[in-house]
Design a protein around this ligand. Sequence first.
Ligand code: DX5
Ligand code: ZN
Length: 225
Amino acid sequence: METKISASILNADLLHLEDVIHKLETAGADMLHFDVMDGVFVNNISFGVPVLNALSGITSLYKDVHLMITDPLKYVEAFAKAGAELITFHLESESDPDATIDAIHAAGCKAGISVKPATPAEAVLPFLDRVELVLVMTVEPGFGGQGYIHDMTKKVETLRDAINASGREIMLQVDGGINAETAPIASGAGADVLVVGSYLFKQEDVQATMDGLRSFAAQAQQACV
Ligand code: DX5
Ligand code: ZN
């Protein structure tokens, strides 16, 4: 299982976002993780459609849009038009999950479903036959730079088993507090897409950091075989 890195730009140098994106391209990031927050679903406001649209004009990186908003269904089309390739919404939002998945697919995107730390793995199971990605939040959504919640590792394991049993190709993503220490833990539990934010941008050499995370992940996976 190949591990992908989705770079979260929430805590990047926003004044020089174009340079940041080009650096991520050169360093071989697999995806660009774009955190959308509305100040209601989470206690923070980040960026939205116009910013994604501008970024789409300067990069062909795969755009992984994480909607932490109250009514994701209302905005699916706008984010798809702005260049999203994958749109992930929260099961705890107010939108109907089936209608939201349908709208994401109708807009030509892959659909992801995410759960906050307090929501059990079982809540996702009814949607495994319809989504292309499951996102396990390993921090409370809202802010970058928080510590990985170790209790979430079990949730990742449960969902890895359920995904394998489904026989479908579904990515299993973790988001929050991923660094050199926690990447092998999450990968060993079965995550194959690591969202990495503040840890990545704290390092001098982004490429070496991503390569390092991938090799730690590969070792952790081997150890589990
Ligand atoms: C948190 C966001 C994350 C965040 C991750 O609500 O969904 O994507 O940017 O940042 P780090 O890697 O700093 O925890
Ligand atoms: Zn995120």
